[in-house]
Design a protein around this ligand. Structure first.
Ligand SMILES: Nc1ncnc2c1ncn2[C@@H]1O[C@H](COP(=O)(O)OP(=O)(O)OP(=O)(O)O)[C@@H](O)[C@H]1O
Ligand SMILES: [Mg+2]
Length: 155
């Protein structure tokens, strides 16, 4: 199941983030990809805000993994750009993926073999200075239902 969302502004990116955030639960994995500057961190920050994470959510490029407390769920924000598969393996990512919180992974396709089978993948395409296409692909029944729901809501 796939769903493409066109954002013509940062505000429209935040609308998609809020719609997704409303569905998040423990064990949700959102796999983010897209070129440098596409908006993976910006989208993650919008999800964090919608989850009620207080304060600043920075790019985890150098820290690899940052943990936050949302209103009702923890948030694990990762950027695996600088990780080798071996290093990723040593981090024990499954503890996050199958843990009590929501995991957002920037550059997720770099560790594709380690991602859980059930996840939602989002590829962000840059169409212009403020224009982005979010290409959602659902892996698993639950996320297919999410995509169908987002489609029906006209998002
Ligand atoms: N509609 C939009 N949605 C998301 N970001 C947007 C949008 N319009 C403009 N931007 C800008 O695009 C930039 C995206 O940068 P961001 O750091 O989020 O990208 P990234 O994909 O995380 O990059 P990196 O690969 O370096 O981690 C920000 O400066 C953001 O303000
Ligand atoms: Mg980033």
């Amino acid at each position: 199941m796939r769903f493409d969302y066109q954002a013509n502004s940062l505000e429209e990116t935040k609308l998609l983030a809020a719609a997704l955030a409303a569905r998040l639960e423990a064990g949700t994995v959102v796999a983010l990809d897209g070129d440098l500057g596409a908006g993976k961190t910006t989208f993650s920050q919008a999800i964090a805000a919608a989850m009620g994470v207080p304060g600043v959510v920075n790019s985890p490029t150098f820290t690899i993994i940052k943990e936050y407390e949302g209103r009702s769920l923890p948030l694990y924000h990762m950027d695996v750009y600088r990780l080798s598969l071996l290093e990723a393996d040593e981090l024990g990512l499954d503890d996050y993926f199958y843990g009590d919180g929501v995991t957002l992974v920037e550059w997720a396709s770099l560790i594709e073999p380690m991602l859980p089978e059930e996840r939602i993948a989002i590829y962000i395409e840059t169409d212009g200075p403020a224009e982005r296409t979010f290409r959602l692909t659902a892996y698993g029944r639950k996320y297919a239902d999410w995509c169908a729901g987002l489609k029906e809501n006209g998002l």
